[in-house]
Design a protein around this ligand. Sequence first.
Ligand code: GYE
Length: 308
Amino acid sequence: VHPVPLQSVVPDAGDPIVVGFSQLGSESKWREANTASIVEAAKEAGIQLHLQNAEQSQKRQFAAIRSFVAQQVDVIVIAPVIQTGWDAILQEVKQAGIPVIMLDRAVEVTDSSLYVTLIGPDFYEEGVKAAKYVIDKMRNHEGPVRIAELAGTVGSTPSIDRGRGFRDTIASQTDLVIAQSMPADFTTTQGEVVMSQFLSGPKEQWPDVLFAHNDDMAIGALKAIEQAGLKPGEDIIIVSVDGTRKAFEQMVAGKINAVVECNPLLGPQLVQAVSEIMAGRMLPKRMVPPEDIFTQEMAASELESRKY
Ligand code: GYE
């Protein structure tokens, strides 16, 4: 696949490319950065973007998608809140002849021709990275090591895959046990609520490690941990996912121990994919942005260059 200069597909005069984008919500800093990246990249490329925020409701996503079909947009982009339940609506879009790009999260469909490509991170690998960090960090800790997990939105790909990647990786370590696991919907508010539930039992049941499926929930959990009279980052080792500036600040403060990066800045890649489709070119079925892991030691020097 050869990249094409955007000018060649976005004519100076005449009709601009029209894209309908069903964004799943605005639940986290990651999501805000993701939306901003797409709005900005579309603007730069002269693409007319119709953006609808579904506030974490699949039904609202269906309504948005149907409105894009009615408007006969050129391309529909979907960041799906959960994995399942997409077959029928994607068939409708296919019948209307509109190409679909899946962004960020994946869908489980019986017919893979229902979308052109998925541009999104490898969530399973993120879970693996988080687990490897925990295994290494706790190697001298006398077992059993109790792990609490703040999971994301139930049925969403990042929550399912991060959870699987983490579990598969710790499976061989008999000392490491996931003692508590609950969803907290990827929000700071829920992160705090659920973490205080984790800490409501007797002290022997408190966790040694917290694995949060995103930074926002980890940041919410910090409050609950401090409320219980514990030192986050010391009494409870904390690893989360995303790599937001806010999480980096907490790493510098010593309260979060490690953050697995998940890149939300998908705008440029998305715009590129839209122009390839409009130019009639083929795209790979899956495009994965590169990602890293950061620990407290690197946090201070990296903080300034964080873009989200
Ligand atoms: O990790 C979380 C957001 O789907 C990768 O959704 C995204 C996740 C991200 O709410 O912060």
